[in-house]
Design a protein around this ligand. Structure first.
Ligand SMILES: [Mn+2]
Length: 279
């Protein structure tokens, strides 16, 4: 297995002139714990060939990722299915860009090779129709959560990752499950999850000479206008929790001199198409 290295992350994505439709989504949290959400994503992917020139996934595609070597081992599960579907879409000519989130930060080059995807740096600047659009998962924008930012630094360290990945899959799986349980407990005890910091976002835009930022992570979908600057927050996907029907896609359609932006919620459609979950 090839080790991921920073240099393989794309920092700048220049959209070819022929791209007419780009689909962006984040925080899908796919995996065995979310069978309906995963099924809806797979069905959506199967319809995407020819409709989207690029699919940009801005982090937390998976609820957890314990290492790319998972894909080399049986039993085949939702992780394998998602990768197979991405590979099929890539094979049909769709560019697939994947940014890593706070849950699937271990996604690496082996995963990318199997899916026919390109790993994107965070942030990554998308150049589209004369616009510079900063793409990020968004966790690093939540500067009020210092404890998380410290952990983020630890788990993104190459040596920490090498040590973690050197353990057997089963041990990694158990550690990840324990970490998720702990994080759920911490979140439940907090009144509100940390939000992205507007001043930090403005700094990022200044640094990348851009006026448009798209990110996820906070699960607070909306548009924030600040003067001439736009920050768009993507929604998370959840079709498994009772009463939830969120599966939002942001479409960018470049035309001459401007970009058309649409939000599409697949949640409503998918909730109807799938049988009610047995409780
Ligand atoms: Mn996240």
């Amino acid at each position: 297995m090839k080790k991921p290295s920073r240099s393989e992350l794309l920092r700048q994505l220049r959209a070819p002139a022929h791209w007419r439709a780009l689909a962006l989504a984040s925080d899908l949290h796919l995996g065995p714990q979310a069978p309906r959400t995963t099924a809806a994503f797979l069905r959506w992917l199967s319809e995407l060939a020819g409709r989207a020139d690029a699919l940009l996934l801005l982090g937390d595609l998976f609820e957890a990722w314990i290492g790319d070597d998972l894909l080399d081992h049986a039993p085949s599960d939702e992780h394998h299915e998602v990768c197979r579907a991405l590979a099929e879409l890539a094979g049909a000519g769709c560019f697939i860009g994947v940014q890593r989130g706070n849950r699937d930060f271990l996604l690496g080059e082996h995963f990318a090779a199997i899916c026919g995807a390109q790993l994107l740096d965070d942030p990554c600047v998308l150049e589209l129709s004369g616009q510079r659009i900063v793409l990020s998962h968004g966790d690093a924008l939540c500067t009020s959560d210092q404890a998380y930012l410290r952990w983020r630094e630890v788990c993104r360290d190459a040596q920490w990752q090498a040590r973690f990945l050197a353990q057997p899959l089963q041990a990694r799986s158990e550690q990840a499950a324990a970490a998720r349980a702990q994080s759920r407990q911490a979140q439940a005890s907090m009144e509100q999850l940390a939000d992205a910091d507007a001043a930090e976002a403005a700094l990022w835009l200044q640094r990348d000479r851009a006026a448009w930022l798209i990110h996820g992570h906070t699960h607070r979908p909306r548009e924030h206008w600040d003067g001439a600057r736009l920050r768009q927050v993507l929604s998370d996907w959840d079709l498994d929790t009772a009463g939830a029907a969120r599966a939002q896609v942001l479409w960018l359609r470049p035309a001459t001199g401007w970009i058309r932006v649409d939000r599409e919620n697949l949640g409503a459609r998918s909730a109807q198409a799938l049988p009610a979950r047995a409780t």
